[in-house]
Write a protein that binds this ligand. Structure first.
Ligand code: HEC
Length: 163
C-alpha cells in the first residue's frame, strides 16, 4: 500500500488499520434469522467448559454464500462474503420446570469472511455485541481468533451441519 505520511508522524496505513480494527459490522436479528439455521445448543450446567460465557440457548445461522461450505465434512474454505451469526438467549424454565425456552437475548456475534480486509486473522472479521448493542470486541485476534484457531482445518468455524 502507498504510505502517505501525515504531519505528526502518522502514516495513512496506521490510520486505516485503526479504522479496520474499531469498525462495526452487524446484521439485524430479523435478517439473520431468515438465513440458514446450522445448529442450536443449550448450556445449563456450570460444569460445561463453555458455560462462561456461552450459558443459555444459542443458535447458529449462515448466509447463503457460506451454506455449501458449512455442509462440507473435514477440510473446508469459506468464500468471501460468508457471514456466520451466533445469538445467545437466557434459558427460561417453563411448564413446572420441565422445559426450557428462550428468554431475554444476551449476546450476538458475527464472523465475516473478507480475505483482504481481515488478513491478520486468516480472512475473518469478528464482531460481538451485548443485548444493548455495545461492542464487545477490542482485539479480534486476541479476543476471538485465538480460540477459533483450534479449528483451523474447518476454516476457523466450529459449527458443522451434522453432529
Ligand atoms: C474460548 C473459545 C472461544 C472464544 C474466545 C470465542 N469463541 Fe466463538 N465459538 C467458540 C465455540 C466452541 C463455538 C461453537 C459453539 C457451538 O458448537 O455451538 C463458537 C461459535 C462462534 C460463532 C458461530 C460460528 C462457529 O464458529 O461455529 C461465531 C460467529 C463466533 N463464535 C464468534 C466469536 C466472536 C466474535 C468472538 C470474540 C468476541 C468469539 N467467537 C470468541 C469458541 C470461542
Amino acid at each position: 500500500m502507498k504510505r502517505i505520511i501525515l504531519s505528526g508522524g502518522f502514516s495513512m496505513g496506521a490510520l486505516l488499520l485503526a479504522f479496520a480494527v474499531s469498525g462495526d459490522f452487524r446484521v439485524p436479528e430479523d435478517e439473520f434469522r431468515g438465513w440458514n439455521h446450522v445448529k442450536s445448543m443449550v448450556i445449563f450446567d456450570k460444569r460445561h467448559p463453555l458455560y462462561d460465557p456461552f450459558w443459555g440457548i444459542h443458535h447458529v445461522y449462515v448466509n447463503d454464500r457460506g451454506l455449501r461450505t458449512i455442509k462440507k465434512e473435514g477440510r473446508r474454505k469459506f468464500p468471501d462474503g460468508t457471514v456466520v451469526a451466533i445469538v445467545f438467549y437466557k434459558h427460561r424454565s417453563v411448564d413446572g420446570n420441565t422445559a426450557y425456552v428462550e428468554g431475554a437475548k444476551r449476546l450476538v456475534a458475527f464472523m465475516v469472511k473478507d480475505s483482504s480486509k481481515y488478513r491478520e486473522t486468516n480472512g475473518w472479521g469478528y464482531y460481538a455485541y451485548d443485548s444493548k448493542g455495545k461492542s464487545l470486541v477490542k482485539d479480534m485476534a486476541r479476543d476471538c481468533h485465538s480460540c477459533h484457531s483450534q479449528v483451523r482445518e474447518r476454516d476457523f468455524v466450529f459449527s458443522v451441519w451434522t453432529r
